[in-house]
Design a protein around this ligand. Structure first.
Ligand SMILES: [Zn+2]
Length: 98
């Protein structure tokens, strides 16, 4: 199936080394509902959910599987606005303490 949206899922807490999942879908919102249902076909997300971890869509890009594969080679935290926000907050707190 041709996909046209790439989405980044951010985990509420890390599962082992995984904190994100990058995927592509025709419609990222619909796909998220699938991930949250029992018919989820992604092992990592099923296991994370069983461990009590929630995930949210942090970001959506236009693109297909080819672009998704290219993006998977990079650090996903750098692409994630939620992680970026957390990093900024930490840096600001660090400054105040100095
Ligand atoms: Zn993140």
């Amino acid at each position: 199936m041709k996909t046209n949206e790439i989405y980044l899922l951010h985990f509420s807490r890390p599962y082992k080394h995984a904190k994100h999942y990058l995927g592509s879908a025709v419609n990222a919102q619909v796909r998220l509902e699938q991930h949250n249902s029992n018919s989820c076909d992604v092992n990592l997300l099923r296991i994370a959910k069983a461990a009590g971890i929630d995930f949210v869509i942090a970001r959506i890009w236009p693109g297909d599987r080819t672009k998704e594969r290219r993006m998977k080679g990079r650090g996903l935290s750098a692409l994630c606005p939620i992680c970026q926000q957390q990093t900024n907050n930490k840096q600001q707190k660090g400054k105040k303490q100095q």
